[in-house]
Design a protein around this ligand. Structure first.
Ligand code: IMP
Ligand code: MG
Length: 181
């Protein structure tokens, strides 16, 4: 499947996760983090661009002090098909070894991005390192990788919305929808 997707709203199929479902899970996750990391230096490290909305909502459900950083990871896509090439740019002027770090990601698909990113951050010797992902498509793994928390496990579908794009579009949809023919 190689779907070209330049502004084709008719290709937005059914909503698979609605706003209310996302909100409840994000609230629950914020509470969990707030109790687990109370009294510990916490850094939320989000992966641009896809995770920007998840990060914005999640950090506002966290009631303990925390810091926030972003890095950029890019997988090259032709429509909905990944090339397998991952480019990660880290430009953080903090000493990461002083923090408990949670990587906040939008989706785990092949596992390539997170397995590479996880190793890159691990090398900085954080106090602890966990991965929280909004969505997880375990059927699609090429590289074995398991998140510490996946808010929603979804089937092998290409999805957009809530930060996720197809050719840079549809990130602004407030829900997760299936995209395709
Ligand atoms: P990976 O294949 O696990 O390395 O995932 C790489 C990146 O591909 C994710 O962080 C997303 O940005 C993007 N991606 C994977 N699946 C989807 C999808 O269904 N919709 C939109 N983006 C996706
Ligand atoms: Mg991503």
């Amino acid at each position: 499947m190689n779907t070209s997707c330049k502004v084709l709203p008719d290709k937005i199929k059914n909503v698979i996760i609605n706003e209310e479902e996302i909100k409840l899970k994000v609230q629950e996750t914020g509470k969990l983090i707030s109790s687990e990391y109370a009294g510990k230096p916490l850094l939320l490290l989000s992966v641009l661009k896809g995770a920007f909305i998840f990060m914005a909502d999640l950090c506002r459900e966290i009631t303990i002090p925390c810091e926030i950083e972003f890095l950029k990871a890019q997988s090259y896509y032709e429509g909905t098909e990944s090339s397998g090439e991952v480019n990660i740019k880290i430009d953080i002027d903090k000493n990461l070894s002083e923090y408990n770090i949670i990587i906040v990601e939008d989706i785990i698909d092949s596992g390539r991005t997170l397995s590479k990113l996880y190793e890159m951050i691990k090398e900085k010797n954080p106090l602890s390192l966990k991965v929280y992902t909004l969505l997880d498509k375990p059927e699609r793994r090429v590289v074995p990788f398991e998140a510490d928390k996946s808010l929603f496990i979804i089937p092998d579908l290409f999805v957009v919305g809530f930060g996720l794009d197809c050719n840079e579009q549809f990130r602004n949809l407030p829900y997760i929808a299936e995209f395709g023919e």
